[in-house]
Ligand binder design. Structure first.
Ligand code: NAD
Ligand code: LMR
Length: 326
């Protein structure tokens, strides 16, 4: 039997993990023939609830679930892992912005960043816990793991944007391609309809309604998380877990020719972004498994102003946590 892939999930007794764990264990991410060993991290008060989650995982009798470890120590959770889903963090409540969580959640990623050094040689980490871009920056700066192994999740925003464009154009969601979400997973993100395509044509040639694109579309994607909190009384969970799975698959499979995926990765200065910010870019994974930021995309002055605003927001978040950056 193939060696199990060792997958850590933090916040393993929380809402999002409740969906991620079962789908990973069923083979929906790493393949139907790849056994999975789950390493689940929680804080001490949630360990009892985590035991319940583990009982349920066992009760599914997943053929691919090769083992489970439950722990409240990051060093144990990340020992020998190949992938980390870094979800464990407080969610925002009504009336808060994601950035308001930074003082409380940021410190979690200092110790967990260090603990990632205990991962396997190929360890990769993706951050969901908000504010995910800056939490990812904190983890990366506190770790010796190479920078290109860190990413934060923009895929929920990409999925929201694709779904809206599909609905408005009356086309299936699969017809919407080249959807880039620039910058931060925040209400200043820029969902780039100028470079998006519907059925292979520029989105704005299919949806001939500039006001809708610049106002309704933009604001709906930017504010979707808050709208879900207002409606549900809790932040998105199933759709966030679904996006986390999409995100990891995006990074382990070559991207279909001509398309790209939205991933927040460590900036190397592409598009003038400050080096090392974890910035939402259009990303392609090549046949050799390495990713690259898609360069040379055009932006109108209107779009560039949105891009600059979200870049500034990430600089400000970095300044707030400067004491946590090694
Ligand atoms: P939740 O409160 O249901 O679960 C979070 C879990 O994390 C809890 O069980 C908690 O005990 C645990 N936890 C807290 N500190 C921890 C630590 N230091 N180590 C390990 N576990 C720890 O919240 P949720 O709905 O699962 O959301 C988790 C995070 O994901 C929140 O910050 C939320 O805002 C964020 N989120 C991000 C996106 C995105 O697109 N990036 C989408 C949805 C939610
Ligand atoms: C989302 O986008 O749904 C999450 O980031 C949760 C939130 O706080 O909005």
């Amino acid at each position: 039997m193939t060696n199990p892939i060792r997958v850590a999930v933090t916040g393993a007794a929380g809402q999002i993990a409740y969906s991620i764990l079962f789908r990973v264990a069923s083979g929906q991410v790493f393949g139907k023939d790849r056994p999975v060993h789950l390493k689940m991290l929680e804080i001490p008060p949630a360990m009892k609830a985590l035991q319940g989650v583990a009982m349920e995982l066992a009760d599914c009798a997943f053929p691919l679930l090769a083992g489970m470890d439950l722990t409240d120590k990051a060093d144990e959770a990340f020992d020998g892992i190949n992938w980390a889903f870094m979800v464990g963090a407080k969610p925002r409540g009504p009336g808060m912005e994601r950035g308001d969580l930074i003082k409380e959640n940021g410190p979690i990623f200092v110790g967990q960043g260090r603990a990632l050094n205990r991962g396997a040689n190929d360890v990769r980490a993706m951050v969901v816990g908000n504010p995910c871009n800056t939490n990812c920056l904190i983890a990366m700066k506190n770790s010796d793991v190479p920078k290109d192994r860190f990413s934060a999740m923009m895929r929920l925003d990409q999925n929201r944007a694709q779904s809206l464009l599909a609905e408005k154009s009356g086309q299936p969601v699969t017809a919407v391609t080249n959807m880039a979400i620039w910058g931060n997973h925040s209400n200043n993100q820029y969902p780039d309809f100028e470079n998006a395509k519907i059925g292979g044509k520029p989105a704005a040639q299919v949806i001939k309604d500039e006001t809708w694109l610049k106002e309704t579309f933009l604001k709906t994607v930017q504010n979707r998380g808050a709208d879900i909190i207002k409606a549900r009384g809790a932040s998105s969970a199933a759709s966030a877990a679904n996006a986390a799975l999409d995100h990891v698959r995006d990074l382990i499979q070559p991207t279909p020719a001509g398309d790209w995926r939205s991933v927040a990765v460590c900036s190397n200065g592409q598009y003038g972004v400050d080096k090392d910010l974890i910035f939402g870019y259009p990303v392609r994974v090549k046949a050799d498994g390495a990713y690259e930021v898609v360069e040379g995309l055009a932006m109108t002055p209107w779009a560039k102003a949105k891009f600059d605003a979200v870049h500034d927001e990430l600089r400000k978040e970095r300044d707030v946590v400067k004491d946590l950056l090694k």
